[in-house]
Ligand binder design. Structure first.
Ligand SMILES: NC(=O)c1ccc[n+]([C@@H]2O[C@H](COP(=O)([O-])OP(=O)(O)OC[C@H]3O[C@@H](n4cnc5c(N)ncnc54)[C@H](O)[C@@H]3O)[C@@H](O)[C@H]2O)c1
Length: 442
């Protein structure tokens, strides 16, 4: 009981040392928020380069300004508020450990829990009474209880001498409308005492914390949210293809439907899914459902439609060129924007990569411009890519047979692009205010 009081007391007085494991798009904003309210934070990452940059006050994420990190390195009462390390032997130091490591799919599209499992083993090696462990990485229902618990419980008793919760992250990188503190957080605990600790911790940094009855319910709630997006995006992508065939403007339709004050939420079509979450997370559920002889048909269908979108975009490019008596083979295609969504510097699972690959396979000459991604290495699916962002000039636009808008970054001057490019295919309705015959929707 003493330990419970100790940890709760430390949390409430902000004396708890917070450890954040995985300092990426999810972990780093959490570092800033915990520091902002007065906690000291020790960040862990296996990437030594990231650790070095952070300890110099430099940022590697566009929407996280270096100035905010640099402030945290100034000593306060003789101690720095934040330090980063790649020494996982120090996991026993923090009172609280938040796991924010990647949860990708394997090449066979099955959950790849290597990062979570390795981290858990490292935590187990130094686990001490009074520590609270919270898994934030997105995963299938059952991960906390079936994977983490047996590893951590080897020499300790959950709910008695240490505490284990699952609390899904809801970060929307680059969206200025939401801050960590205004995004309500769901928490599920392994036991009632675990839940109590978890809720107390997050209540220090987040305005609204929602306790649920189990870690499984918290895990499932995250997958419901992401599956809901994947399915609705697939629906609107399918309707886009139909509307194009029928000569109807899907974006006009969505704006009209959006005026319904209840029962409708607008989703927008695009060139395909991207990012670390929506193309991946629903398949964690599909995989788990098989254990229960259950097939998640909505997820599969949505996956099928969303995966087909880059192929559809290439068809539209072919059509636009052939309307101008040109073949795709040998055509010079300039891709505008390769990040997976507007105004971010994140290339993970971006549909631009698939589109570039398909265009190259058809014999097109592909170049790209992205103000936030000066190099394109192709990530894990296209390791043979090695491109540099082409500067956007009158000359580069005139030289391209077709400009293909994949990511609608706000910094692009669409009026100027429309006036300079010879032929445009627009996958985002970015040229809505500059309609012209040489601009094709896709
Ligand atoms: N990016 C998002 O918008 C978002 C939103 C909600 C949830 N999530 C989920 O959060 C989790 C993390 O995603 P992310 O986008 O922050 O990933 P990321 O790749 O940006 O960051 C993960 C970090 O973890 C580090 N890492 C890997 N293995 C490690 C280990 N064993 N110990 C310490 N550090 C390790 C990596 O070097 C990297 O810096 C994933 O499960 C993801 O699905 C992401």
């Amino acid at each position: 009981m003493d330990q419970v009081m100790d940890l709760l007391e430390k949390i409430k007085t902000k004396k708890a040392l917070v450890g954040i494991i995985g300092l990426g798009y999810v972990g780093l904003p959490l570092v800033l928020r915990f520091c902002e309210v007065g906690f000291r934070v020790l960040g862990f990452d296996t990437d030594a380069h990231k650790v070095e940059l952070l300890n110099r006050g430099e940022s590697y994420i566009k929407h996280i300004p270096a100035s905010r990190l640099a402030e945290l390195l100034e000593p306060r009462e003789g101690q720095r508020q934040f330090a980063a390390t790649h020494d996982l032997g120090r996991l026993g130091e923090p009172d609280v450990l938040l796991i924010c490591v990647p949860t990708p799919l394997t090449s066979k599209r099955e959950p790849d829990l290597r990062y979570v499992e390795n981290t858990t083993r490292q935590i187990a090696a130094t686990l001490r009474p009074g520590q609270l462990v919270s898994l934030e990485s997105t995963t299938y229902p059952g991960t906390t209880a079936e994977l983490l618990l047996p590893i951590l419980n080897l020499n300790h008793q959950v709910g008695e001498d240490y505490y284990l919760v699952f609390s899904p992250e809801r970060e929307d990188p680059g969206n200025p409308l939401f801050k960590v503190q205004t995004i309500t957080k769901v928490v599920g605990g392994m036991t009632a005492r675990c839940l109590e600790q978890g809720v107390a911790l997050y209540a220090q940094v987040i305005e609204r914390v929602i306790p649920v009855s189990s870690t499984q319910a918290a895990e499932m709630s995250k997958l419901l949210e992401n599956t809901y997006r994947a399915v609705n995006i697939a629906l609107v992508n399918e309707l886009k293809m139909l509307c194009l065939r029928m000569g109807i403007d899907i974006f006009e339709v969505i704006e009209a439907s959006k005026t319904k004050p209840f029962g409708f939420q607008a989703f927008y079509p695009g060139p395909g899914l991207g990012g670390h979450c929506i193309p991946i997370d629903p398949f964690y559920l599909t995989w788990k459902a098989r254990e229960y002889d259950f097939s998640t048909r909505f997820i599969e269908l949505a996956g099928e439609i969303n995966t087909s979108m880059p192929y559809f975009v290439v068809q539209r490019v072919t059509r636009a060129l052939s309307d101008h008596n040109q073949a795709l083979k040998g055509a010079k295609i300039l891709i505008l924007g390769i990040a997976y969504k507007r105004d971010v510097d994140d290339l993970r699972e971006s549909p631009a990569l698939k589109i570039m690959d398909l265009l190259k396979q058809e014999g097109a000459e592909v170049s790209y411009n992205d103000p936030y991604l000066p190099r394109c290495s192709g990530m894990r699916h296209y390791p043979h890519f090695d491109l540099e962002s082409t500067p956007l000039t009158e000359q580069t636009l005139q030289e391209a047979d077709l400009a293909l808008l994949v990511t609608d970054h706000a910094v692009y001057d669409y009026a100027w692009l429309a006036s300079q490019a010879r032929l445009i295919v627009d996958t985002r309705n970015a040229f809505r205010n500059h309609p012209a015959k040489h601009i094709y929707p896709a």
